[in-house]
Ligand binder design. Sequence first.
Ligand code: CA
Ligand code: CA
Length: 303
Amino acid sequence: MRISRESVVYAMDKSNSPVMRVPAGTVVKFETVDAFGGQVREPDQPLAALDWSRVNPATGPLYVEEAEPGDTLTVEILSIDVALQGVMAAIPGAGLFGDRVSTAEVKLVPLRDGFAHFSERFHVPLKPMIGVIGVAPAGEGEGCGVPGRHGGNMDNARIVAGTTLYLPVLVPGALLAIGDLHAVMGDGEVMVTGVECSGEVTVRVDVAKGVSIANPRHADAERFYTIASHEDLDVAVRMAANDMLDIVMDKLLLSLNEAGMLLSVLGHAEICQVVDPKMTARFSMPKHFLSTPLPALPLPISR
Ligand code: CA
Ligand code: CA
């Protein structure tokens, strides 16, 4: 199953017509367009000339037949293949240094031999990730540039191949859409772009019936993460940490104080991005820990 990069949306919206319907358990390949809508092809291309209505496209949406509001959509990321060229930008007024950037600039970054060739001097190992991945919100649609409880533009550098992402299902079919690949990106995305690129993402979608989550979560081989987005980064960090606190209290049958101290020891408050309309934080705990059979925990607790 393959969804062509011809099928893009610019908002996660329940009114978008699905481009494909599949049963839970299906493997689907999404062909994606970069965050500039594939419009930047030449170095020194004037950013002002871009059609900004074509920025942040996401491929889809995919309708997953069993998914109903109140369920959780499970998206197992099997592979992320990036194109042969990425693009970065400096944009006056945008990002953490926007007040110091006087000249707009684009940089083309060749992607080959496992590296992003940033310049003659700097060659950065590829670590492909998904910037935009989400479902349709229950109410008003949300532009693909905005993150939220539906997922969206979370720019979370841990959403890589081998990760399983859990999204709340908010409308029938969930309406999954994916875009904005980065060949590599640092936590924060401080200059507003990672190495933006088009590519292909292969996922297996599944549905956890009757499992309701308030915000996205994900897991890799090592750690389990909660994610939250808010206009205020402090609030986003609190939301993600509190979500994890509730999970740990519930899973390990701990008091709030005990669980909080455990998070203080083993948990990491981490930043996804600080440059989008809402900022995104994640909070992680060692995964093996949460799947430990109750009530006894192995000691010593490691990692
Ligand atoms: Ca992004
Ligand atoms: Ca991006």
